[in-house]
Design a protein around this ligand. Structure first.
Ligand SMILES: Nc1ncnc2c1ncn2[C@@H]1O[C@H](COP(=O)(O)OP(=O)(O)OP(=O)(O)O)[C@@H](O)[C@H]1O
Ligand SMILES: [Mg+2]
Length: 252
C-alpha cells in the first residue's frame, strides 16, 4: 500500500537551562499508509504532541527526514510547509486557537477562504454541513467567548476538516468532550477515514484509540510498541478489551 507520510530517523532536541539538552524524539521511524488510521498513546511527557507537530512541519526536526508522498520535504521553507498544511493536512489542536475578532462560522471557514480551492458557495455549504454533523449549527454567529469549551473544540474539528484534508492529525481531539460528543466526533472521524482520509491521533482515551487500525505506544521519545487492531468496521466489541490488555502489559 502507498505511503503518504514517512519519518526517517527523526530526532527533536530541546535546549533548556541554556546548555542542557533534552532529546524529546529519538530516531523515530514511522510509515503512515494512505487511508490508515493510527492512534498514538503513551504517558504524559513522552513526546506525543512533539511528534505530531514535527510530522507536519509546525515544529522543525533537529535531524532526520520527512517524506510526504515520496517527496523529501525536510528542507521545506516555512511557506512551503504552510501551503502543504493548508491544502493537504488538517490539524485538530488540543487547545483551539481561534481568532478573537471573527465569529465561529468565519473561524471555521477561514482556512478554506485562504486556500481558494473551493468557491465561497461550496465553502459555506461545507462549513454548515460540518457544523450540523458536530452539533454546533446554532453557534455560527457567536463570538468565540460566547460558546462552551466543548463547542469550541467541535468548531476546531470543523476547521480541521473544511479543506477536505488528505491527512488529519489530532492532538487529543476529544479531550474536552463528554462521552456522547466523543462518540459523535469519532463517528465523523471514522467516516472520513472510510472515505479515504488518513488519520493520526494522539489520545489517552482507550475508547478513541480502539476505533483505529493500529496503535503506537510512545515512551521517553521512542515508539516502544505497536498493536494492530485491524480496520474498524462499526463493531467496537472486543477491541477495547484487547487494547486494554496490551496496554496493561506495557505497564500503562
Ligand atoms: N518548546 C519546548 N521547549 C522545551 N521542551 C519542550 C518543549 N515542548 C515540549 N517539551 C518537552 O518535551 C517533552 C515532551 O512533551 P510533549 O508535549 O510532546 O509530551 P506529550 O506526550 O504530548 O505529553 P501530554 O500527554 O502531557 O500532552 C516534555 O518533557 C516537555 O517538557
Ligand atoms: Mg501532548
Amino acid at each position: 500500500m502507498e505511503i503518504i507520510l514517512e519519518t526517517k530517523d527523526i530526532k527533536k532536541t530541546y535546549l533548556f537551562d541554556k546548555n542542557k539538552e533534552q532529546e524529546v524524539l529519538k530516531n523515530i521511524n514511522i510509515k503512515v499508509k494512505k487511508g490508515e488510521f493510527i492512534s498514538v498513546m503513551g504517558p504524559s511527557g513522552s513526546g506525543k504532541s512533539t511528534l505530531l507537530y514535527n510530522m507536519c512541519g509546525m515544529d522543525r526536526v533537529t535531524s532526520g527526514r520527512l517524506v510526504f508522498e515520496g517527496n523529501d520535504i525536510s528542507g521545506y521553507s516555512e511557506n512551503e510547509f504552510s501551503k502543504l498544511r493548508l491544502e493537504r493536512i488538517g490539524f485538530i489542536f488540543q487547545h483551539v486557537n481561534f481568532l478573537k475578532n471573527l465569529n465561529i462560522f468565519d473561524n471555521i471557514a477561514l482556512p478554506a477562504y485562504a486556500a481558494k480551492i473551493q468557491s465561497r458557495k461550496e465553502i459555506n455549504k461545507k462549513a454548515e454541513e460540518l457544523m450540523e454533523k458536530t452539533g454546533i449549527s446554532e453557534t455560527g454567529e457567536k463570538d468565540i467567548t460566547e460558546v462552551s469549551g466543548g463547542q469550541l473544540q467541535r468548531a476546531g474539528i470543523c476547521r480541521a476538516l473544511i479543506n477536505n484534508p488528505d491527512i488529519l492529525f489530532g492532538d487529543e481531539p476529544t479531550g474536552a468532550l463528554n462521552s456522547k460528543y466523543t462518540n459523535d466526533i469519532m463517528d465523523i472521524i471514522c467516516r472520513i477515514n472510510k472515505e479515504g482520509t488518513t488519520v493520526l491521533l494522539v489520545t489517552h482515551d482507550i475508547k478513541v484509540a480502539s476505533r483505529s487500525e493500529k496503535v503506537l505506544f510512545m515512551k521517553d521519545g521512542s515508539i516502544t510498541g505497536e498493536y494492530y487492531l485491524g480496520k474498524y468496521e462499526g463493531e467496537l466489541k472486543g477491541r477495547e478489551e484487547k487494547l486494554s490488555e496490551w496496554l496493561m502489559k506495557l505497564d500503562f
